[in-house]
Design a protein around this ligand. Structure first.
Ligand SMILES: Cc1ncc(COP(=O)(O)O)c(C=O)c1O
Length: 289
């Protein structure tokens, strides 16, 4: 709301977190999608970004680690994107909500790559993921003081402020001992391995290994056209519906994230649930004709 005028364009790589397009639509902005490829690990390249920029482009939305793909951008990849952003003088909203949940490599914020990119970056973060504090409703942002001032002005006329108890609890989460985050990360890492290895052993499914967040985003497009007792799989939505109906496994269709042909599974659940889901997925896939 602080940055976008009606008609301004926002570049969003697919797969994206579900709310980005609606947030742009509600302000009269125009979403410009970049379809990423598995060959590039579902990450956007500097060439793709540059090709999507027009004179109306205002913002590029970057999400690393990504929900839903779990992909993490390296420092070199971010530097190459930063060069394009600075060259074309646009803003980048960098959603770093999963920064503490990285299993291979480490998190780099694009804002850390020099003054020119820093002044064009709005970092978005919050306590929902790293501290399992989703219900406390605390998010925070870091950006150039003029932008933060505009954001504060808007917020002071809408929600006034987040609840004080939530603010104190979040301060303790961020400033206190981080050992609980490490313990949680270790469990996620184990679950990730079991889920990704299990998915890649299933007939007709391939899943690139996510480096962060707590999602797997397997490609299920080879099942399209196949049939089970309750119907025919025609797309990701029907795959999810039929899987839920026949085997009671809840997944989210990739189309919700702008990527047809995929489903998203969350491994923010017990190992028992993950193993059970893999067994049920195997029964579902083996029964397809
Ligand atoms: C990438 C990303 N950004 C933002 C959010 C919003 O988080 P919150 O629950 O803190 O509003 C989510 C929640 O799933 C997310 O995955």
């Amino acid at each position: 709301m602080a940055l976008l005028n009606p008609g301004d364009e926002v570049i969003i790589p697919t797969p994206y977190w579900v709310s980005y397009p609606s947030q742009v639509d509600v302000l009269g902005g125009v979403c410009k999608y970049i379809e990423t490829t598995e060959a590039n690990q579902l990450k956007v390249t500097p060439q793709e970004l540059e090709a999507a920029i027009t004179p109306r482009t205002k913002i590029f939305i970057l999400n690393t680690p990504s929900n839903p793909s779990g992909m993490v951008y390296t420092k070199d990849e971010l530097q190459a994107l930063a060069d394009v952003i600075v060259k074309h003088d646009i803003y980048v909203i960098s959603d770093e909500l999963y920064e503490k949940l990285i299993y291979d490599g480490s998190h780099v914020s694009i804002a850390s790559l020099g003054d020119e990119i820093k002044e064009r970056t709005i970092i978005i973060n919050g306590v929902s993921k790293a501290y399992s504090m989703t219900g406390w409703r605390i998010g925070y942002a870091a950006a150039d003081a003029r932008i933060i001032k505009a954001m504060s002005n808007i917020q002071s006329h809408s929600t006034s402020n987040p609840a004080q108890a939530s603010q104190w609890a979040s301060l303790e989460a961020i400033a206190g001992s981080q050992s609980v985050v490490d313990t949680m990360k270790d469990s996620f890492k184990e679950r990730r391995q079991v889920l990704i290895d299990g998915l890649n052993q299933l007939p007709g499914i391939t899943c690139i290994e996510p480096s962060g967040a707590f999602y797997a985003f397997p490609n299920i497009s080879s099942t399209f056209g196949k049939r089970c007792d309750s119907g025919v799989i025609t797309d990701a939505v029907s795959f999810c519906e039929l899987l839920l109906k026949e085997q009671l496994v809840a997944t989210v269709p990739g189309s919700a994230f702008g990527s047809e042909g995929y489903i998203r599974l969350s491994y923010a659940t017990s190992m028992e649930n993950i193993k059970g889901a893999l067994e049920r997925l195997a029964v579902f896939l083996e029964g397809l004709t």
